[in-house]
Design a protein around this ligand. Structure first.
Ligand SMILES: NC(=O)c1ccc[n+]([C@@H]2O[C@H](COP(=O)([O-])OP(=O)(O)OC[C@H]3O[C@@H](n4cnc5c(N)ncnc54)[C@H](OP(=O)(O)O)[C@@H]3O)[C@@H](O)[C@H]2O)c1
Length: 370
């Protein structure tokens, strides 16, 4: 169980036999499957198929970052309509985490609990509905041993009211030397039938290669790496993470894909977001962003698409990328489905990237550099 990727083991990925296998996995991964009008993709080398775009559930029940520090019945109803509208429009992949809607923040409700409730209520009306749930393990320093992963997963399953989930991810790496245990814990979860596939989140290239290798030694594919990736946060293109995902056949799940609303065009220097987002997407930042947002709008008009649909299409069009935008209500969820079923041209993709490179990215989650 070597965690270090030495020059020798690095070259393992380069030998001809392995590269043939990797190419085979990668081409299989980007193959899409048409089922009843929904387009699905296979996550990495796993058997798990999910919709080409998922829905992030971080804001459901959260009072630490979202919702102006308050959660109420009106927001609860809106979140439920977001869930139902997603399913109605064929988007059935949902991402949550044990820490979303943390019990340590005032008035919060755990996002897993809400998602579990929405699934149960939907299934009562529509028993045939199939939903793929992704949740995450919080790699906290006091969580020791591989069994800590199984214990946390069982707690998540209990909140979700499910006997298994489709994807279980390490929310961030075990930066206190506990990484090896956690990866083994993920493999144990697959072997115990508690999850269909496993992934990581906020992993650097090196950590990704190590995790891939350790899981491979247990015969289990690393399905995904969930990282911050949007038109204005293209760090995964620069730090080797996107290229490594493509090389190893690991799906890149893109979080904050509309830059927390900043790329939707609704926030302007005169109307910046409130709350913690206002400290990131400041009037100065939004002023610099205007040329890009204006071009996104123009391109969208040619396709009869909104800016949100254009920026999500920019991610989906790159293949091997599954964005998971957060929806607070039915309107937002419905809008996301319009990001699928069409494609920006390669010239438009390149032009938008080049225009976006004139804006300095906002600060990301520092752990992705560790
Ligand atoms: N692994 C990690 O460390 C990590 C970190 C962050 C996020 N995530 C995951 O990624 C998901 C998405 O990321 P995110 O929520 O940070 O950012 P995001 O998806 O880029 O932005 C979501 C926010 O944008 C606004 N919005 C949504 N749809 C819109 C539309 N159609 N038009 C205009 N505004 C719209 C909403 O806020 P307003 O309506 O209030 O503007 C919404 O809450 C999360 O839910 C979570 O599952 C994971």
């Amino acid at each position: 169980m070597a965690l270090q990727v030495s020059g020798a083991s690095f070259s393992l990925f380069r030998n001809s036999k392995t590269s043939r296998r990797i190419r085979a996995v990668a081409s299989e991964d980007i193959a899409t499957l048409q089922t009843g009008g929904e387009e699905k993709v296979t996550l990495g080398g796993s058997d798990l198929k999910v919709t080409k775009l998922g829905i992030g559930a971080w804001s459901w029940g959260d009072t630490s970052y979202w919702n102006n520090f308050e959660w109420d019945d009106r927001k609860l109803k809106a979140a439920k309509t977001a869930f139902d509208a997603s399913v109605d429009s064929g988007i059935t992949f949902f991402d949550t985490a044990e820490v979303y809607g943390s019990r340590f923040s005032f008035g919060a409700i755990n996002s897993e609990t809400l998602l579990g409730r929405f699934i149960k209520e939907r299934k009562e009306k529509d028993p045939a509905v199939g939903v793929a749930v992704a949740t995450k393990f919080a790699a906290l320093p006091w969580r020791l041993g591989r069994e800590s992963v199984i214990a946390a997963l069982k707690d998540s399953l209990s909140r979700l009211n499910l006997s298994s989930v489709e994807l279980y991810q390490l929310h961030w790496p075990g930066i206190w030397g506990n990484e090896g245990w956690y990866i083994d814990g993920l493999a144990d979860a697959v072997e115990q039938g508690l999850v269909k596939a496993v992934g990581v989140s906020n992993y650097s290239e090196k950590r990704l290669r190590d995790a891939y290798k350790q899981l491979k030694s247990r015969g289990i594919p690393l399905a995904s790496n969930q990282v911050n990736y949007s038109l204005i946060y293209r760090i995964p293109e620069e730090n080797g993470v996107k290229a490594t995902c493509d090389e190893l056949g690991i799906t890149l799940i893109a979080y904050s894909p509309i830059a927390q609303g900043a790329l939707s065009g609704k926030y302007t220097p005169e109307n910046p977001p409130t709350g913690p987002r206002g400290r990131i997407y400041t009037p100065e930042f939004l002023t610099k962003l205007q040329p890009l947002v204006n071009r996104i709008k123009e391109i969208g008009q040619n396709y009869n698409k909104t800016p949100t649909q254009v920026v999500l299409n920019w991610l989906v069009s790159q293949e091997n990328v599954v964005p998971i935008p957060g929806a607070k209500n039915a309107e937002q969820a419905k809008e996301f489905s319009g990001a699928l079923g069409w494609r920006l041209t390669d010239e438009e993709i390149t032009e938008l990237r080049s225009l976006a490179s004139e804006t300095k990215p906002v600060v990301g989650f520092p752990v992705e550099k560790l």
